[in-house]
Design a protein around this ligand. Structure first.
Ligand SMILES: [Zn+2]
Length: 300
């Protein structure tokens, strides 16, 4: 089990800017994190640990420093994630298109690579790709398909830079110390190297309309970014944003159906019709951020 801060703590230090005391905005309604609760496909929206908001940079976070979050991810298994592989592969290929004007080949590292879906898409697109992920089970799924995903976290003895490209897709919101992870990513890039980040946008319209019922408010997410404080974090890691996008997603129709049902009261929820399994639905709710960044080229 991981641990949350004591419920009576009403302030916490911001892990992003370190400035100011974060003010508690939600007491937390989740059981302490467990491998099951951290699944990528977990659908308990609105179930969070104690949440704090930094008055200086607006970062929202559950303080997890010193927790065993990495150990919990090491034990996580997520069979439903594998079932949505075709849609996630499409998503990864689309995401990599953003890189094309900057890098069309070279060494690519996917940080938080899961079962190697983006690694697969990157190899197909012509990169020499590998990944790293804390979940032993997800790494096994990758190996079974012939993709190279190292088990563990950075720094890792088998993950040796420099890489021309690093990718952090849906990972920054899961870590206790996002700044440390950005520093690690920056250290693996040569000057002029580029990277991609995808993360939910807590300042998006959907997030503001839904409040704590927003689908990205969940136990596994312990940090919530806005464009402004993500830019701030990148700057602190010596990285510079090059462009910002609002990416869309691809879902199996039945997956989406089940998630929408989660918003309805239990008595009127319906089972997903089997037919829906066959369809893929593109969806852009405009509530995610994609940032392409680079490590500035060395000055002469
Ligand atoms: Zn802050």
């Amino acid at each position: 089990m991981g641990d949350f801060p004591k419920i009576e703590d009403s302030t916490a230090t911001c892990p992003l800017c370190g400035g100011g005391d974060g003010v508690r905005i939600h007491p937390g309604n989740a059981a302490p994190p467990s491998p099951e609760g951290l699944r990528i496909t977990d659908a308990h929206y609105g179930t969070v640990g104690p949440l704090f908001r930094c008055p200086a940079c607006d970062f929202r976070f559950t303080p997890m420093k010193g927790s065993r979050l990495d150990d919990l991810y090491a034990e996580m298994e997520d069979p439903e994630y594998e079932r949505t592989r075709p849609q996630r592969l499409l998503q990864a290929a689309k995401t990599l298109e953003t890189l094309r004007p900057w890098k069309t080949s070279g060494r690519l590292l996917d940080i938080g690579a899961g079962s190697g879906i983006l690694v697969e898409a990157a190899v197909q697109a012509g990169y020499q790709a590998e990944g790293i992920d804390p979940s032993a089970w997800l790494c096994q799924q990758a190996a079974r398909r012939g993709w190279r995903v190292h088990a563990g976290v950075l720094p890792h003895p088998e993950v040796v830079g420099p890489f021309d490209v690093v990718v952090l897709m849906d990972v920054l919101e899961h870590v206790a110390d996002p700044l440390a992870l950005l520093d690690q990513a920056a250290a693996l890039l040569p000057p002029g190297g580029v990277g991609l980040i995808l993360t939910p946008d807590v300042r998006s319209l959907a997030a503001r309309l839904l409040g704590f019922r927003w689908w990205h408010y969940r136990l596994a997410h312990v940090g919530y970014f806005s464009r402004a404080n993500l830019a701030l974090a990148l700057g602190r890691a010596g990285l510079e944003p090059l462009l910002w996008r609002r990416p869309g997603w691809y879902f199996p129709a039945d997956y989406l159906f089940k998630r929408v049902m989660g918003y309805l009261p239990p008595p009127i929820r319906q089972e997903s019709p089997a037919l829906l399994r066959r369809f893929t639905v593109p969806l852009n709710l405009g509530d995610s951020l994609l940032c392409l960044f680079r490590k500035p080229p060395a000055r002469a």
